[in-house]
Design a protein around this ligand. Structure first.
Ligand SMILES: [Fe+2]
Ligand SMILES: [Fe+2]
Length: 234
């Protein structure tokens, strides 16, 4: 699931939702924009809502979760509630079968039209943020030992899943740089959010399946994926 945009009034709905996930899933992945305005009380609301979840949960933050500059405290609150924040390190299931690496990611555009670190200092700083986020996933995938590797981002690593969005906004929905470690270390599946008006399915240049789990893309509040359906990838 992605883009919960938890805010005032979300509490009762999400408490019931997380409880209902128990019967459907073995593990929950949350792909950022967990809050609406990055407020501490919104994070506390999520922490309370997940108290009914008895399955492991991993998450990355989204741009909305950075809005009030509370990102470290939000991660502390969510970790205290039992959600493993991938920004702080990878997660591997107890049986060693499935591993998760991830981070928020950042934007910059796709393929030959992506921003290059050239010219003005401010533009280099902008795209260096994307490289910095990508390097975290690179490091975590490199060290990960798991049969099936999942990468979770908020921003999209491919243009495919942004189809349907206005063309002017697409460079701000993700960046091809994010797909480099996925193909280098042959991950099996990539999940992301942020592209609310995009489509579900895409793939990296190396053929790794990408799934956009932003809630508005789906007519349900979470999507179930079975690792068996992706085990030939990567
Ligand atoms: Fe969002
Ligand atoms: Fe977002």
């Amino acid at each position: 699931m992605g883009d919960l945009h938890f805010g005032t009034g979300s509490h009762i709905f999400y408490r019931a939702l997380f409880k209902s996930i128990n019967k459907d899933a073995e593990l929950v992945v949350m792909c950022g924009d967990l809050t609406t305005r990055g407020l501490i009380e919104e994070a506390r609301g999520i922490a309370d809502a997940v108290s009914g979840l008895d399955k492991p949960a991993v998450a990355v933050l989204g741009n909305h979760d950075h809005e009030a500059n509370n990102q470290e405290e939000i991660m502390d609150i969510l970790e205290d509630a039992g959600i493993h924040m991938l920004e702080r390190g990878p997660y591997v299931t107890e049986d060693g079968k499935v591993g998760f690496a991830g981070t928020k990611g950042f934007c910059g555009g796709f393929l030959n039209c992506r921003i290059a670190p050239f010219g003005e200092r401010i533009l280099k700083m902008f795209i260096n943020e994307t490289y910095r986020e990508t390097n975290r996933v690179n490091r975590d995938l490199k060290s990960m030992k798991a049969d099936f590797k999942v990468v979770a981002y908020h921003y999209s690593p491919v243009r495919d899943t942004c189809i349907g969005e206005h063309s002017e906004v697409i460079p701000f929905l993700g960046c091809s740089i994010l797909s480099d470690p996925i193909d280098t270390f042959k991950a099996n599946l990539v999940l992301h959010g942020h592209a609310h008006n995009g489509i579900e399915k895409g793939q990296t240049p190396g053929g790794v399946p990408v799934r956009n789990v932003a809630l508005p893309v789906h007519n349900k509040k979470y999507v179930i994926y079975d690792t068996e359906d992706f085990s030939s990838s990567g």
